[in-house]
Design a binder for this molecule. Structure first.
Ligand SMILES: *Cc1c(COP(=O)(O)O)cnc(C)c1O
Length: 407
């Protein structure tokens, strides 16, 4: 995947030309990669009734959501607004799973009114849901299995100290509330974090859910969450989705026979579907030699891609303009008045002012985490489908910065 070829073009379109045509900085998404990733998951879980719910927060452009809809998958949203974007992309409310965290109960009521599937992650919300709807509306419960999983502490969400989900140790309390209000629990859910590599971890968490599930009589689905890891650099460990599909399908089938009903298995990939599909194209504004480091400064920064600073994430960088140049060591930095190192000490073909660099794996949590810090504009987005590049979001303008300001 890190062939020179992929570093120069996308679906046969030259990245240099895309940068010329649409300007930089520019997010570019390859629809084929997204479709391939969906197919991989469908194939890996083909022996069970799998529903894929794309975790929209990874990349929420309506055109990308529409692509997901065309592929016949559903969507997982963490805010009512994400759900509204999904409806604009053509999803029916029932295909939208609402998995909020610490939101006001009024937002949950709003989601119920829209007709979204509901997933609750704290006991007070469960109580309120019971008081408000009794058995008349169904909801799922997000369980915190008490398992440390995922790439690092910041992106791990299913451990004892995490704010997410209702602890498995509070199962007796959950059961009491369900009985008290005759709640209709239609699903159990976990999402233990991002970048979970180990198949064994998924299986261990699944077992915890299966055991808990026997306490609920009206389940339609078990939701195993997302967190499938992709490669950010050569040699990276990734989640083996084939091995996961095989092992999880087997234990799921066994569970269904214990439960006495064929349930649906849901998964919520975000990163897995869109990370590798995305590139951030940036232009080199200055090559700055210091006595110790050669910096390549670019017309972007933590305002467009915060993952390197927020998660110490590694993003592969390639020099689109000079792929055959002599290799030197560069530290790629942004133009924001903060330390915004996008890539430290990388061996890259010689970079000159004006060269276009591609930052890889920028599809997930790239644009969707972008901001206007330093009064900078958020970039344009382009989607490549069937060999054609289409602008799916304009670059912002100065007027956008004034939006909502009262002067
Ligand atoms: C963010 C999120 C996901 C997706 O996580 P990835 O690491 O991108 O796969 C899935 N489910 C929920 C509830 C989430 O909040």
């Amino acid at each position: 995947m890190y062939s020179e070829n992929r570093q120069q073009s996308s679906q046969g379109l030259s990245l240099e030309n895309l940068a010329q045509e649409f300007g930089t900085p520019l997010y570019v998404y390859d629809a084929n990669t997204i479709i391939q990733q969906i197919e991989k998951l469908k194939k890996a879980f083909s022996s069970i009734d799998l529903k894929i719910k794309y975790a929209a927060k990874a990349l929420t452009n309506v055109n990308v959501l529409r692509l997901m809809k065309q592929q016949g998958i559903g969507v997982d949203v963490v805010s009512v607004n994400e759900g509204r974007l999904a409806m604009m992309a053509g999803f029916s409310p029932a295909e939208i799973m609402f998995t909020p965290n610490c939101v006001d109960f009024s937002e949950i009521e709003e989601a119920v009114n829209y007709g979204f599937a509901i997933n609750l992650d704290n006991i007070p919300a469960l109580e309120k849901f019971g008081r408000t709807y009794g058995h008349s509306k169904a909801c799922a419960i997000r369980i915190n299995p008490g398992v440390m999983a995922g790439g690092n502490y910041k992106i791990s969400t299913g451990h004892d100290q995490s704010k997410f989900g209702i602890s498995i140790q509070q199962l007796p309390q959950i059961i009491d509330i369900v009985k008290k209000y005759n709640l209709h629990i239609n699903g159990l859910h976990v999402h233990t974090g991002s970048e979970v590599v180990d198949v064994e971890v998924f299986l261990k968490v699944a077992d915890i859910l299966f055991k808990a599930a026997l306490n609920f009589q009206e389940l339609d689905f078990i939701d195993f969450g997302g967190g499938f890891k992709v490669a950010y650099q050569e040699g990276d460990k990734v989640t083996d989705v084939n091995a996961l599909g095989k092992a999880l399908s087997e234990s799921f089938q066994k569970f269904c026979s214990d439960y006495g009903k064929k349930l649906q298995a849901w998964i919520e990939p975000g990163k897995f579907l869109v990370s590798e599909a995305g590139l951030l194209l940036v232009k080199t504004t200055v090559v700055k030699e210091t006595p110790s480091i050669t910096f390549a400064g670019v017309n972007s920064g933590l305002n467009h891609l915060i993952r390197p600073m927020m998660y110490d994430a590694y993003h592969h960088v390639s020099n689109v303009s000079n792929p055959g140049g002599e290799r030197k060591t560069y530290t790629i930095v942004g133009y924001i008045c903060e330390t915004d190192t996008l890539a430290a000490e990388r061996s890259l073909p010689e970079i000159q002012e004006g060269h276009i660099l591609a930052i890889h794996n920028a599809g997930a949590y790239g644009f969707s985490m972008a901001s206007n810090y330093n009064a900078r504009l958020r970039p344009a987005e382009v989607l490549i489908e069937n060999g054609k590049a289409r602008l799916i979001r304009k670059q912002e303008s100065f007027e956008d910065l004034l939006q909502g300001q009262i002067m």
